[in-house]
Design a protein around this ligand. Structure first.
Ligand SMILES: *Cc1c(COP(=O)(O)O)cnc(C)c1O
Length: 392
């Protein structure tokens, strides 16, 4: 069969995932656990690979839970799965119980729903929105009005209620923000989450989990190595000492730090044209494949590198192939691209393909190529098609 080489491909190198897991673990307390946040990259091979390295899985939807449970089976491991996310549906809660996952309760309503569904004796964490706001950098998810978790002031009645209703109170979950780059900012939030975890550790029935959060930053769609926080391990070991003394399992969560560096998007230059004195480079990938979130100013602009980098005097705009003016990946490039060039965007292993506007304009999804130490082990493609539903 004559295969046409796709214009755009996502490439994930699994050995990079190993390296990043190792790297983050070496900066966290010696006696602590790590969860991989599947939303960063839900590709089944990536998730399975993470599970094989002994990290647990943090999921926030039914779909992610299915992938995580399959990864646990494939990895033949006793991987811990934690289900988070506001507005959990009945289907999600049921599946979580069925898969023997731990559910992080984000609201009183979820306890009512568990009761309605006849689910009892379930392992639960309570997600708490701390009263104080810890950090200055990154995306903030706590210490302010938030759909995530239960306000610190209202958390104790929820803990009491779930114990009364016969569930297994396994611990607390605190997640305060994302993409934090400064060690001091990370430490400040872990001081707050530790303080709250200590408060609740006495309610637990042994094997208490203090999920202290994460937010470890990583470059996105620009070149660069993962940041390192040389003092973090020692400082965290000191801060969390009172928790260890209570026989608590300390857990951290990370998506982007673990998989951001494993992914590269290779795209093709489809056209180069001029308009009113400006050069436009039209690529095979736009916000449908990459960083749809950047259009919402949640992510920085992508930077591309070409095989041959010649400097260009005139500034270029890198745009995608979508018929909408929002499809701009970079407003100013100083590299001269030619039609047919393959260009690469590094550091898109997290929040790449599935965080983009995949369905918009109905272009095919780019294939995802899984590599291990340079060898291609599998290529997959997400299918988006319109299927008729069974009328109930
Ligand atoms: C998104 C999210 C994460 C992962 O965030 P990263 O910035 O990718 O590390 C972890 N925990 C929760 C609860 C999240 O919502």
């Amino acid at each position: 069969m004559d295969l046409i080489k796709p214009e755009s491909t996502y490439i994930y190198e699994l050995s990079e995932v190993d390296r990043s897991i190792e790297d983050l673990r070496s900066q966290l307390p010696y006696a602590s656990d790590l969860l991989y946040s599947v939303k960063a990259n839900p590709h089944p091979d990536v998730v399975k690979h993470a599970a094989m390295q002994g990290v647990g899985l943090e999921v926030s939807s039914e779909g992610e839970l299915e992938v995580a449970a399959a990864a646990r089976t494939a990895a033949n491991a006793s991987t811990e799965i934690v289900c988070t996310g506001p507005g959990k549906t009945h289907a999600y809660l049921k599946l979580a119980a069925e898969k023997q996952a731990i559910i992080s309760i984000e609201s009183d309503t979820e306890l009512t729903d568990l009761k309605r569904l006849g689910i009892s004796g379930q392992s639960l964490l309570v997600r708490i929105n701390a009263s104080v706001s810890p950090q200055r950098s990154g995306l903030q998810m706590t210490g302010t009005a938030s759909p995530f978790g239960i306000d610190e002031n209202n958390a104790t009645p929820v803990v009491r209620r779930l114990i009364d209703e016969g569930h297994n109170f396994r611990g607390v979950h605190l997640y305060m923000g994302s993409n934090i780059l400064e060690e001091n900012d990370l430490i400040r939030q872990f001081e707050i989450s530790t303080r709250i975890a200590i408060k609740y550790a006495t309610y637990g029935s042994g094997d208490f989990i203090a999920d202290l959060g994460g937010g470890f930053g990583h470059p996105f769609a620009v070149p660069g190595a993962a940041p390192r926080w040389p003092g973090m391990r020692k400082r965290l070991e000191k801060i969390t000492e009172p928790l260890l003394a209570r026989n608590t399992r300390i857990t951290f969560e990370s998506g982007r730090y673990l998989v951001g560096g494993c992914g590269t998007l290779r795209a093709r230059v489809l056209d180069v044209k001029s308009s009113k004195g400006e050069r436009f480079v039209v690529l095979s990938s736009g916000v449908n494949h990459l960083g749809g979130l950047s259009g919402l100013k949640r992510l920085p602009r992508a930077r591309f590198s070409a095989g041959s980098e010649t400097h260009c005097d005139q500034s270029e705009r890198l745009v995608g192939p979508l018929c909408t003016p929002v499809d701009v990946l970079n407003k100013q490039s100083s590299t001269e691209f030619s039609i047919g060039d393959d260009v690469e965007v590094p550091n898109v292993g997290a929040y790449g393909l599935t965080a983009s506007l995949l369905g918009f304009l109905s272009h095919p999804c780019p294939p995802e190529e899984i590599r291990l130490n340079g060898d291609i082990i599998r290529t997959t493609q997400i299918q988006l098609s319109n299927k008729e539903m069974q009328t109930p």
